[in-house]
Ligand binder design. Structure first.
Ligand code: ZN
Length: 327
């Protein structure tokens, strides 16, 4: 193939790699009264990722053509691609929400759900589950991952489907690769389906967020952990039908019985000592259980949570807790 044609194909490939901007609205917990723009943005976001996939696939087609022109390097290049594909297949989830290493400390969501509300059995171990809602994002997720890696403890990330896309895919993969678990926290992080107790809307939120994660981690991704935006406790009176939908999807809803207080708006602690004090008070308020599930948030403005995280980890480590993830 002529040099100029190869050049043209490469330019086309690079142009195809430009991803459409994806909506990155921070999906932090808000007061239920704050209505967030919902389905139209979700649809736009969905279209963006479809467009990106189409662009990506045409880019790789162009790459393939360019590579085939160079006969000498073609076989080496295809062998390398095959190795990459093999390595990726080995790391993709197969019926789980965590990697093989994390299986040693992964506990079924139904068990965690029962233990976090049940009476403490002192003969059984105490396990803490650090949980981070609302990600992934490009600014806070890597900082949380760095702290967790430094402390060598795992966490469970309850991700929002529309936060998951080409821009944040690498963050989601890192969560999985670094031994953490992934739960679902709805597609839109809007509260309408909870306020109305609408079964169809609940199913849509679950299915869409599951599909978003599967587009990144593969169809083998399965999670049993579901967290309602705002928590089940905020909407319990309306959730008979949504709860049935969650159960029909093979999932258990997971609230929390410890908190950092980082989603209270203007009353959230703004210093590390204040956050640690809030955390201690929350433990007293919820009482002792074999499973302690700590609510924290993975959003760009949660800098106090990030700063307090090493001491929150130390609190449980000093008291002999095991660190688990929710499967
Ligand atoms: Zn949330």
């Amino acid at each position: 193939m002529k040099r100029w044609l190869i050049g043209l194909l490469l330019v086309a490939a690079l142009a195809g790699c430009a991803r459409p901007k994806q909506a990155q609205r921070s999906a932090v917990h808000q007061a239920p009264s704050a209505k967030a723009a919902a389905s139209s943005k979700a649809v736009a976001s969905r279209r963006s990722s479809e467009a990106a996939r189409a662009a990506s696939s045409s880019a790789s087609a162009a790459n393939t053509k360019a590579a085939s022109a160079q006969a000498a390097s073609a076989s080496a290049s295809s062998a390398s691609r095959a190795r990459d594909a093999q390595a990726q297949a080995a790391t993709l989830p197969q019926g789980t929400n965590h990697n093989a290493r994390a299986a040693a400390y992964a506990h079924p969501a139904a068990t965690v759900h029962a233990e976090m509300t049940g009476r403490l059995d002192p003969s059984q171990p105490k396990t803490v589950y650090l949980t981070f809602d609302d990600g992934p994002n490009l600014t806070m997720t890597p900082r949380i991952l760095a702290v967790l890696r430094q402390a060598q403890v795992p966490a469970t990330f309850f991700v929002v489907g529309r936060q998951v896309g080409p821009r944040t895919a690498a963050m989601l993969r890192r969560e999985y690769d670094e031994g953490h678990a992934i739960g679902l926290h709805s597609q839109t992080h809007t509260y309408g389906f909870e306020r109305t107790g609408n079964a169809g809307a609940t199913a849509w939120e679950i299915d869409q967020s599951l599909a978003a994660v599967r587009r990144v981690l593969g169809v083998g991704f399965v999670t049993h952990a579901w967290r309602y935006p705002g928590g089940h406790m905020s909407w319990a009176a309306h959730l008979a039908k949504p709860d049935a939908v969650v159960a029909a999807h093979g999932m258990s809803w997971i609230d929390w019985n410890a908190a950092s207080g980082d989603a209270l708006g203007r009353t959230s602690p703004t210093t590390v000592p204040a956050m640690l004090a809030y955390h201690s008070r929350s433990l007293q308020a919820y009482g002792p259980h074999n499973a302690t599930v700590v609510l924290m948030h993975d959003a760009p403005d949660k800098t106090t949570t990030l700063a307090a995280l090493p001491q929150i980890i130390a609190y449980y480590r000093q008291r002999g807790y095991q660190f688990g993830v929710i499967a």
